[in-house]
Structure formats: structure tokens, C-alpha cells
Design a protein around this ligand. Structure first.
Ligand SMILES: *Cc1c(COP(=O)(O)O)cnc(C)c1O
Length: 357
């Protein structure tokens, strides 16, 4: 039985998209491969509202998170965290011997412009990492506002943003917001199987990275950038061409749907789930900082989240329990990628039925 996934990645992938992955291989040094990768990059530039270069990596999103903090930090990184994924970036820095400090918001609260300003005023840093959409808590951070602060007061700082669970489900204007490296992976709002990471890469980030002596090898962003310039969008090592077929196809579908329509569809699904959650439970994220792709719900009725998921599984659905310590204290419903409002209505009907709401 096909389980309809309402977990924040991997998401359900449409059969037509999956079919793309069974197409025959082409040589990764062929003209065809160049065309494929160029078309993907051109469409991704539209999706991210940027003129910067696009880099792909045959890893999950974490690959480019690690690659960016290692490649681009010359002096010291400030990592802002509102949950598990924000802290992951700090852990990656430490594991790579990159000097870094962790700035954690209070649980359930966003990263604020004031927090970033205070940290950067010390003059210790040349790079910051911020999570746009924290999947573990359903918080969306004010990345545009942080971008304004950087433009006005700290224009030399390299601004790295984890948009893994929001890109393609929320309008992220990379150039207008001043983001230097904006990262996503395929298995979230893009609606593809896991296996590729994607990032935008600014000239500023590139110039900064060029001054870093030890950038590693496979995830060296300078090497990825230089190679695609020299070899017409080809990569230093063999990429997952199957994922690229699917990504190319899916980006075509996304452009056909229309970016504004796609973001509006996500907003509509989010509004619907939030209204249901507020009627029956409480929302975990504070007003104004709520994610449009995943909703974290406080388990105020003290239902058994494990029990709910067991019964949902029997009926062919899955939602997520809370992350880590919040396993039974919250639960999460993802509303991203290619689902429509009707899919969420169908899920909520099942939950209402199971819980007797
Ligand atoms: C899923 C996720 C990641 C990790 O991405 P992978 O593709 O699993 O490596 C990082 N950050 C956020 C916010 C995520 O939701």
C-alpha cells in the first residue's frame, strides 16, 4: 500500500517525476549533459530570484551545508539556531576544525535581527548561518530582515541560509535579501526523491572561499564553481544524472504552475492546517514566524502521537512526531511540494475521525 506522506521530507513524489529517473544514462561529459545542467541552473535561478551561480551536489542538503561553512569561513562563523538543523551547522563547523560560535534562541522563539546585530558587533565573524525554515519546530526566521541588517551594517559578512525545507514552497528572494549561499535539497518542497543538494553561490562567497586554504575536496565550493565555468556546467565528479532528469522535469512543472501560484498554494495549505490546529490544539511557533511548509502542533490534548500515527498508517497516511525531546509534546504535519488543499482536508478528516474531534 502507498502511504501518503505528510512528514517534512521525504515527501510524496508524483509517478511522472519518478518515471524520469528510469531514463537511460548519458555520458556526464557529453553536450547533452551540459544542456541538461544549464537548463536546471537557469530554472533554479528563477526559483531563487537570483543571478548568482547555482551549484549542485550529489549529496543530501547537509552536504552543501558542510561544504559551505568549510569552504567560506576565513575567520570565524556565527551559527544561529532555533532547533536541530540550526545546531547541525555549528556541529559541522566544529567537526571540520572551523572556529565557530553557537547562538541559540529560546526554545520556540525565532532568531532575531537584534541577536544577529549583537553577535556581529563583536567583529569576530566573517560568516553567519541562519535557518530559514526550522523543520523541527515549524519556525520561519526573518531572513529578509536579517539581510537588511547585513546590507546596512555588515556588508562584508558571508550570509549562508538553510532553506532546505522552504525553497520552492515559499518565495525566497536571494538577491534582494542579500543571501550569499542559499541551500536546499530535493526531497522537501521541490517534490523529488532525496539525493541532490542545491545552492546559490555569490561572487562574495566565492572570493571569500578562494582565500581559505583547506576547503576539503568533494565539497569544495570553489572547485565546483570553477569546474562548471570551465566545462560548460559539468561537474568535477559524476553527478546523479537520474536525479537531474527528475529535477529538470519537475522544474518545468513548477514554472508551468507559476511560482506565485505555487507559493500561494503552500500558504493556503498552511492556513488550513493552522486553523485546524488552533481550534483543537495550539501552535508551537509564535505568530508571525510560522512556517508555510510544516506546522508543529503542541500536543495540548495529550494524545498518544505514536498511537495516532499507528492508526494513520493503517489507513495509508503518515504525519511526524515531535523532533527529539519534543517527540510526544508536539507533532508535525508537513504541507509541501505537490499536495493540494484537498490532500490536507483528506488527512485532517482521518485525524478527526481517529481522535474523535
Ligand atoms: C531536512 C533538512 C535538513 C537536512 O537535509 P538533508 O537533505 O536531509 O541532508 C537541513 N535543514 C533543514 C531545515 C531540513 O529540513
Amino acid at each position: 500500500m502507498h502511504t501518503k506522506l505528510f512528514i517534512p521530507g521525504p515527501v510524496d513524489v508524483r509517478p511522472e517525476v519518478l518515471e524520469q529517473m528510469s531514463k537511460p544514462m548519458i555520458g556526464h561529459r557529453s553536450k547533452e549533459a551540459s544542456h541538461l545542467q544549464r537548463r536546471i541552473s537557469d530554472n533554479l535561478r528563477k526559483l531563487f530570484y537570483t543571478e548568482n551561480e547555482i551549484l549542485l551536489s550529489t549529496t543530501s542538503g547537509s552536504g552543501l551545508m558542510e561544504g559551505s561553512i568549510r569552504s567560506c569561513t576565513k575567520k570565524r562563523a556565527a551559527c544561529f539556531s532555533v532547533g536541530a538543523f540550526g545546531t547541525r551547522w555549528y556541529d559541522m563547523a566544529i567537526a571540520n576544525n572551523i572556529p565557530a560560535d553557537l547562538y541559540e534562541a529560546e526554545l520556540g522563539q525565532p532568531t532575531t535581527v537584534e541577536m544577529v546585530d549583537k553577535a556581529l558587533a563583536t567583529g569576530k565573524y566573517d560568516l553567519i548561518t541562519v535557518t530559514h525554515n526550522e523543520t523541527s519546530t515549524g519556525i520561519m526566521n526573518p531572513v529578509a530582515e536579517i539581510g537588511v541588517l547585513l546590507k546596512e551594517k555588515y556588508p562584508e559578512i558571508v550570509f549562508c541560509v538553510d532553506a532546505v525545507s522552504s525553497a520552492a514552497g515559499y518565495k525566497i528572494e536571494v538577491d534582494a535579501w542579500g543571501i550569499d549561499v542559499c541551500i536546499t535539497s530535493t526531497q522537501k518542497a521541490l517534490g523529488l526523491p532525496p539525493g541532490l543538494a542545491i545552492c546559490t553561490f555569490s561572487k562574495k562567497a566565492y572570493e571569500s572561499a578562494k582565500q581559505v586554504k583547506f576547503r576539503g575536496f568533494y565539497l569544495d565550493l570553489v572547485k565546483l564553481y570553477d569546474t562548471i565555468q570551465k566545462k560548460d556546467y559539468q561537474y568535477p565528479s559524476t553527478p546523479s544524472l537520474s536525479h537531474m532528469y527528475a529535477l529538470d522535469y519537475q522544474l518545468g512543472c513548477i514554472m508551468e504552475e507559476g511560482l506565485d501560484q505555487r507559493f500561494a498554494r503552500h500558504a493556503e495549505m498552511a492556513d488550513y492546517v493552522r486553523a485546524w490546529a488552533e481550534k483543537n490544539f495550539e501552535l508551537f511557533a509564535p505568530e508571525g514566524f510560522r512556517s508555510n511548509t510544516v506546522t508543529a502542533i503542541k500536543n495540548t490534548k495529550e494524545i498518544s502521537v505514536g498511537g495516532l500515527n499507528k492508526e494513520l498508517a493503517r489507513r495509508g497516511y503518515a504525519v511526524s512526531n515531535g523532533y527529539g525531546k519534543m517527540k510526544e509534546k508536539t507533532f508535525r504535519i508537513a504541507h509541501m511540494a505537490d499536495y493540494k488543499i484537498q490532500d490536507l482536508q483528506e488527512l485532517i478528516k482521518q485525524i478527526d475521525d481517529i481522535l474523535g474531534l
